[in-house]
Design a protein around this ligand. Structure first.
Ligand code: KQY
Length: 364
C-alpha cells in the first residue's frame, strides 16, 4: 500500500539521490495528444519507442498508456517494456511524475509536487492538467511506495541534485510568478530543503533560450557526478544562448557545493539553431489553450537533456554537425557508462527532450 506521509523527507531521513545513482527502473508516458504531437503523434510514438528500447538495454522500463492507446503501445513496444494503463494529460513524466527519495535502509518514497502545466493560466502550455497532477499518486500506488505531498508547484525538470546535499535550479523557473507567486525565494528554498533534503541551492539565472518550460535546469545543466557538471554552451557570441550560458558558467565557477567543493564545469556545445518547418507546424492540431507550434520558431535544443541509466546515458541527437562532438565528449566524461544517441527531433518538436519524458526510480 502507498501511505500519505504527514512529515517531510528531511524529517524522515530521506533524500533525493543523484540521477547517476542506481535505478530499479525508468518510467515513461506514451504520447498521443494531437495538439502537441504532429501527425496523430505517430512519429513521436516511434521515437518514444526508440528511447524506451535504448533505456531497456540498461534497466527495466514501465510505460504508462491510456486505455485508448493500450493495444497500439503494446504492439509497438518490445515485450520487456512493461505497459500499465494510466490517465494523464501529456507525456512529460519528468515534470508531472513523482520525485523519488531514498534513505540509508533501502527505503524508497515519492514526493508529489503540485503540477500546473508549466504556468497554469498564466502562460501554461495546456489546459486541463488534472490527470497529470494525479500521476505521482498512481505511480506510487503501483509501486506501493509512500508519498509526501509537497505544498508547492514544481516540475521534476526544474531540479537537479548531486545526491550529497546540493541542488541546482534556475531563477527564471522557480521564481516565475506563474509557479508560486505567494512564496518568497527563501520560503521556496526552505521547501526544497525539506522535500529534497538538501542544504545548498545553486541558483542559475535563465534556462535555454526559448525553452517553453520557463527555463528548466535539466535542459541547461546537469550533474555528471558530485562536484562535476555539464553545461550547454555556444561559442557564437551573437547567439542569444551565449549570454545565458556565460552567466551560468560564471555562477557555477564561483559556486561551492554542500560539501564545500568547487565544481568542475564541462561545456557541451549546443546544436546549430533548429527551427520548426512549415510541414512540422502544419501537422499539429490547433487547439485553444495549447501552445501553438509555429513555422520558424526556434526550439530549445540541447544535448544536456539526456538521461543517465544503470551503466548508460541516453542522449538526444539532432542530425547536426555537433552531435558527434557532444557524444564523444560525453563518452569521455562518463567512461563508466555507454553513451547512446537517439535521434530526438520529434521530442523536441513537442517542447522537451529525453530527460523530460523519463523519470528514474532509484533503487534505495
Ligand atoms: O521540457 C519539458 N520538461 C516539458 C515541456 C512540455 C512541453 C509541453 N508542450
Amino acid at each position: 500500500m502507498s501511505k500519505l506521509m504527514d512529515r517531510t523527507p528531511r524529517q524522515d531521513g530521506y533524500r533525493m539521490p543523484g540521477e547517476f545513482e542506481t535505478h530499479t527502473q525508468t518510467w515513461m508516458l506514451w504520447p498521443e495528444r494531437t495538439d502537441n504531437w504532429r501527425l496523430g503523434a505517430k512519429p513521436a510514438q516511434a521515437v518514444f519507442t526508440a528511447v524506451a528500447k535504448a533505456i531497456a538495454q540498461f534497466e527495466p522500463v514501465t510505460m504508462g498508456v491510456s486505455a485508448g492507446q493500450f493495444l497500439n503501445a503494446r504492439f509497438q513496444l518490445p515485450e520487456h517494456v512493461r505497459v500499465v494503463e494510466m490517465s494523464y494529460n501529456d507525456s512529460w513524466i519528468r515534470d508531472c511524475g513523482p520525485t523519488f527519495v531514498i534513505n540509508d535502509h533501502s527505503g524508497v518514497r515519492g514526493v508529489d509536487w503540485d503540477f500546473n502545466a508549466w504556468g497554469g493560466l498564466e502562460g501554461g502550455l495546456y489546459f486541463p492538467w488534472d490527470q497529470d497532477d494525479l500521476v505521482p499518486q498512481k505511480v506510487l500506488n503501483i509501486e506501493r511506495k509512500d508519498r509526501y505531498k509537497a505544498p508547492l508547484v514544481l516540475e521534476g525538470g526544474s531540479i537537479h541534485v548531486d545526491g550529497e546535499g546540493t541542488l541546482m535550479v534556475t531563477e527564471e523557473c522557480l521564481l516565475n510568478a506563474n509557479r508560486n507567486p505567494q512564496l518568497s525565494r527563501e520560503e521556496i528554498e526552505n521547501y526544497l530543503k525539506e522535500y529534497l533534503n538538501v542544504e545548498k541551492i545553486i541558483w542559475l539565472g535563465r534556462g535555454v533560450y526559448n525553452d517553453e518550460t520557463n527555463g528548466h535546469v535539466d535542459n541547461l545543466c546537469c550533474f555528471l557526478r558530485p562536484s562535476e557538471v555539464a553545461l550547454t554552451w555556444t561559442d557564437d557570441q551573437n547567439d542569444p544562448q551565449y549570454e545565458i550560458s556565460l552567466d551560468a558558467f560564471q555562477r557555477l565557477s564561483q559556486a561551492i557545493d554542500a560539501r564545500g567543493r568547487r565544481l568542475i564545469v564541462h561545456k557541451i556545445h549546443q546544436p546549430d539553431p533548429i527551427l520548426i518547418t512549415a510541414e512540422e507546424s502544419g501537422g499539429v492540431d490547433s487547439v485553444d489553450g495549447t501552445m501553438p507550434r509555429l513555422e520558424g520558431d526556434r526550439m530549445a535544443a540541447s544535448y544536456i537533456n539526456f538521461l543517465m541509466v544503470n551503466g548508460g546515458a541516453i542522449v538526444p541527437v539532432f542530425n547536426d554537425p555537433h552531435d558527434e562532438i557532444a557524444l564523444t565528449k560525453l563518452q569521455e566524461l562518463l567512461p563508466e557508462r555507454r553513451v547512446v544517441g537517439v535521434y530526438a527531433r520529434e521530442i523536441l518538436l513537442g517542447g522537451g527532450n529525453i530527460h523530460c519524458i523519463t523519470q528514474q526510480q532509484p533503487r534505495g
